[in-house]
Design a binder for this molecule. Structure first.
Ligand code: NAD
Length: 501
């Protein structure tokens, strides 16, 4: 691992300050409601560059009156938006996709200064958002086709119509602040819903470029509204009587609270929550090929990706080889300034997250795991939220680091006596989000993949497909995003029964 000296920290601060000076959104006045920026009084939250610890922006914390105003604006806009045909909405969404791509650079920098994701990651945020918008635009014809179903006994028929579910609260975490909003926003727009977005506290500014792009595309004012704030604001939004559906991505404990509130209110909710996914390495796996995808599949975004496979499990015959490959691959990946295109590991998103991850590293050491790289509990440099990328070998399924989501650059390596035992270990957490099976015989690997108790699983690949559902089982969530299944979460059916024609 490369270490970062005090000189590099000073030059990083200067370099970041020069770039931040050119960003359009830093200290913003208010919330974006009904096409206007409000003037908010009340408390403000700073936006911190996690690489340097420097505050560079601030946003207001929305109170009950702000939440009321945002929901009212979305409600006012909803009827007219729903009355447009799906293909008209799709045209506007495609234009929005083009307008986002034209903002790729500034969006990438803002995102990197909010959460420390390396530019190698954030450079793709705009094109990924555009791709998602275009995929959902391509699904609009499904809403135009009438669905007529005969009664079982004949004679009568039912027209199954799909209505937009209404005004949606979109609540996002900080790890991918654009993508995790767009996978909710795109189906909502195509379905004819309007939205109030609440980004996570650390990442409140990059999401503004989505609204700029929507304005440029001609999406009417009030269809998309953005309010900023922390959990209290999110809670007000979830419980607001004018909200028809909640779409949430975030941690499992917060997801449970939201599910409880929505249960009480009988309010539809989609929950994309935490994960602790496993890469199962079969005896015939090609470890050279695996090393090419390892950082992305197990540590993407400095380990802050919900569906990466941070537990690696294999049989004793491949274990030492796997430890050597993972150790060498992680040790060779550059740690440093997220603004540097070569950087693989930037800081984690906040100092609080750094301390949380360091707590897990401490727990790993205390419980008897062996750090083959990293394992330093002292942060590698002061001020920033850096954590030394860490590989733990000799991990057992009972250890805290094998069971809980760490959400930082930490990999755990487990040994299983057989492939069946490895499947049991993979399925032995409270979560059920992702996973990968690495194996030479892809038919065998596919059959093992089908035994993984998770919403998604890759065979020799780490992937997601915007046309296919993505979601978690068990403590990883309720419902799915992406694909027609993701679109249907923003629709409510109406069955109109009539005499057959
Ligand atoms: P978090 O749960 O702390 O916060 C997520 C969002 O919820 C933020 O906007 C926050 O302000 C808001 N919030 C907090 N308390 C709330 C409340 N009581 N009511 C309403 N809103 C509230 O999560 P985080 O730390 O921002 O994100 C990391 C977590 O997100 C990890 O657990 C990760 O696995 C998960 N995640 C899941 C997926 C997925 O698709 N399954 C994707 C990315 C991240």
């Amino acid at each position: 691992m490369s270490t970062i000296s005090a000189d590099i920290v000073t030059s990083m601060r200067d370099r970041h300050a020069r770039h931040i000076d050119r960003l359009p959104y830093t200290h913003v006045a208010g919330h974006l409601i009904g096409g206007e920026e409000t003037t908010a009084r009340g408390p403000r939250t700073p936006v911190i560059d996690p690489a340097t610890g420097a505050g560079w922006g601030s946003v207001p914390e929305a109170d009950a009156a702000d939440v009321d105003a945002a929901v009212a604006a979305a409600r006012t806009a909803q009827r007219a938006w729903a009355q447009r045909s799906p293909s008209e909405r799709a045209d506007l969404v495609r234009r929005m996709a083009d307008a986002i791509e034209s903002r790729a650079d500034v969006l990438s920098l803002t995102n990197t200064f909010e959460n420390g994701s390396p530019v190698a990651e954030t450079a793709g945020a705009a094109s990924n958002a555009a791709a998602i918008l275009r995929v959902f635009a391509s699904l609009a014809p499904h809403l135009e086709q009438g669905d007529v179903r005969a009664f079982p006994g004949g004679g009568n028929e039912t027209v199954v119509a799909q209505d937009p579910i209404g005004v949606c609260a979109l609540i996002a975490p900080w790890n991918f602040p654009i993508n995790l909003v767009v996978i909710k926003l795109a189906p909502a727009l195509i379905a004819g819903c309007t939205v109030v977005i609440k980004p996570a506290g650390p990442t409140p500014l990059s999401v503004r470029f989505l609204l700029d792009a929507a304005d440029e595309a001609g999406i009417p004012a009030g269809v998309i509204n953005i309010i900023t704030g922390e959990g209290a604001t999110g809670d007000l939004l979830v419980r607001h009587p004018g909200i028809d559906k909640v779409a949430f991505t975030g941690s499992t404990p917060v997801g449970r609270r939201i599910a409880a509130a929505c249960g009480e209110l009988l309010r539809p909710v989609t929950l994309e929550l935490g994960g602790k996914s496993t890469a199962l390495v079969l005896p015939d796996a090609d470890l050279d090929a695996m090393s090419q995808v390892l950082i992305r599949s197990s540590m993407r975004n400095t380990g802050q990706t919900c569906y990466i496979s941070t537990r690696l499990v294999t049989t004793p015959d491949r274990y030492d080889e796997l430890v050597d490959m993972v150790t060498a691959t992680v040790a060779a990946a550059p740690v440093g300034d997220p603004l540097d295109p070569e950087t693989v590991f930037g800081p984690v998103a906040t100092l609080a997250q750094r301390d949380r991850v360091l707590g897990y590293i401490r727990a790993g050491l205390t419980e008897g795991a062996r750090a083959t790289v990293g394992g330093d509990v002292a942060p590698p440099l002061p001020g920033g939220a850096f954590v030394a990328p860490t590989v733990f070998a000799d991990v057992t399924p009972a250890m805290t680091i094998a069971r809980e989501e760490i959400f930082g650059p930490v990999i755990t390596l487990l040994r299983a006596p057989s492939v069946d035992a490895a499947v049991d270990i993979a399925n032995g957490t409270a979560f059920g989000l992702g996973g990968i099976v690495f194996g030479g015989d892809e038919d065998v690997a596919f059959r093992i993949a089908r035994r993984m108790d998770t919403g998604s699983v890759g065979v020799n690949m780490f992937a997601s497909n915007h046309y296919a559902p993505f979601g978690g089982r068990h403590d990883s969530g309720l419902g799915v995003e992406y694909g027609l299944e993701g679109l249907s979460a923003y629709l409510t059916p109406q069955s109109v029964h009539r005499r057959a024609r």
